[in-house]
Design a protein around this ligand. Structure first.
Ligand code: GLA
Length: 387
């Protein structure tokens, strides 16, 4: 874990001069709408005040010298060496370089130190922050002039085509396009979006980290994507107007229960239900119906647990605990699943006691700590300094 000043100080120490470019790239939360993005559905994320910072300067030669300070790793390679050496963080960065170069943009040689206070593998999209932050740096240094939406799209393409993770666009979009104190209601079909003020009155958003690290690169994510595609084929045979799973009504899926393999049916049903919940959650937020919003979060968790089957005992335990705790309106696993954090909507007055009691119960059950992360909703990827 590092702060901005640690990154810039290390840069000066390593390269003997101040960086000419400093970029801040945030992680994200997602209020609701999980696994809907790659089904052309809606998501409801926000960028948060946990960041990766990139300190950079161009070099006169064509080499890249990159230090990942949080994990104390360093890579030096010629600009045209886009081979993968097993270091995932470096593959993410090379994917960005690859796509820029494909379009004829070359940042040339580069010194870069990056790191921050964004937990890795906690479901807060450290990989998207890495991709988008680096893409913003390359964009600047190569003069590509891409917009923030285009940077999100490029970062997602890099994940899919270079890194090999079949992800949707939610994480990259949230990291790039976040706005202070606003959620982003994003339609992943056409990338139209609305900023919705995150006014939570007496409530606060709290993450509890199971400490179980998840990785999108894990095969289960790809399996869910494939199962959704299978579900779509069944649905399209019955209802030709359906273009993606997000178009399917719950009753339409239910009508095909006997036809579909059980897993495919459960995945499809979850997506149809979750699609409906996102719209309801937006209304609940605007109407300040905290009880209803919280119930939708619990319903999402149960769907992810029983239908989509991407939860784990640690996540279920924390959600069960939250459900029985007065003052907690809602809780659910957040992100891809299989570990990472729960997102909790908690009354301000009980935040401290909830954290203490949840942590004690978690420690007692699993023998490990569940870190509490209180998040504020912040801006998307930002150039903090340019010489
Ligand atoms: C991961 C992916 C996203 C999205 C979520 C689940 O974070 O990167 O595209 O699919 O899982 O909602």
């Amino acid at each position: 874990m590092h702060q901005l000043t640690d990154i810039t100080k290390h840069f000066v120490l390593q390269f003997g001069a101040e960086p000419s470019l400093v970029i801040q790239s945030p992680g994200r939360i997602n209020l609701i709408g999980e696994h809907t993005d790659y089904n052309e559905g809606w998501v409801f994320p926000a960028a948060v005040n946990k960041y990766l910072w990139f300190a950079c300067s161009p070099r006169t030669d064509a080499a890249l010298h990159i230090t990942a300070l949080d994990i104390n790793e360093h890579a030096v390679f010629p600009a045209d060496d886009l081979s993968k050496d097993g270091r995932l963080w470096l593959t993410y960065l090379k994917g960005i370089l690859f796509l820029f170069r494909q379009e004829g943009y070359d940042p040339g040689g580069l010194n870069c130190v990056f790191g921050g206070n964004l937990p890795i593998g906690a479901g807060m999209s450290s990989s998207a922050a890495l991709e988008v932050g680096f893409a913003a740096a390359v964009n600047h240094l190569s003069g590509a002039g891409k917009s923030r939406v285009e940077l999100a799209q490029l970062a997602q393409r890099s994940s899919r085509e270079f890194v090999g993770v079949p992800c949707g666009i939610m994480d990259q979009f949230a990291s790039s396009m976040g706005k202070k104190d606003h959620f982003i209601l994003l339609d992943c079909r056409d990338l139209s979006f609305t900023y919705i003020p995150a006014i939570l009155d007496d409530y606060q958003l709290l993450l509890l980290d199971t400490g179980v690290t998840h990785s999108n690169a894990g095969s289960e994510y790809g399996t869910r994507v494939a199962e959704c595609r299978q579900g779509l084929v069944f649905l399209q045979q019955a209802y030709p107007d359906i273009v993606a799973l997000r178009d399917a009504e719950v009753v339409q899926v239910q009508a095909l229960a006997a036809l579909m393999p059980e897993k495919v049916y459960k995945r499809s049903l979850y997506i149809a239900e979750e699609t409906r919940r996102v719209g309801e959650a937006k209304d609940a937020l605007l109407e300040k119906s905290w009880g209803h919003l919280g119930d939708l979060m619990f319903a999402t968790h149960r769907g992810l647990q029983h239908l989509y089957e991407v939860s784990c005992p640690e996540l279920d335990f924390l959600v069960d605990f939250a459900e029985g705790f007065p003052g907690v309106a809602g809780a659910r696993l957040m992100g891809g699943g299989f570990g990472g954090c729960t997102l909790n909507l908690v009354k301000r007055g009980v935040v401290e006691t909830f954290i203490a009691e949840a942590q004690e119960a978690y420690l007692h059950n699993f023998g490990r700590e569940a870190a509490a992360i209180l998040v504020e909703i912040g801006a998307g990827t930002t150039i903090l300094h340019q010489a």
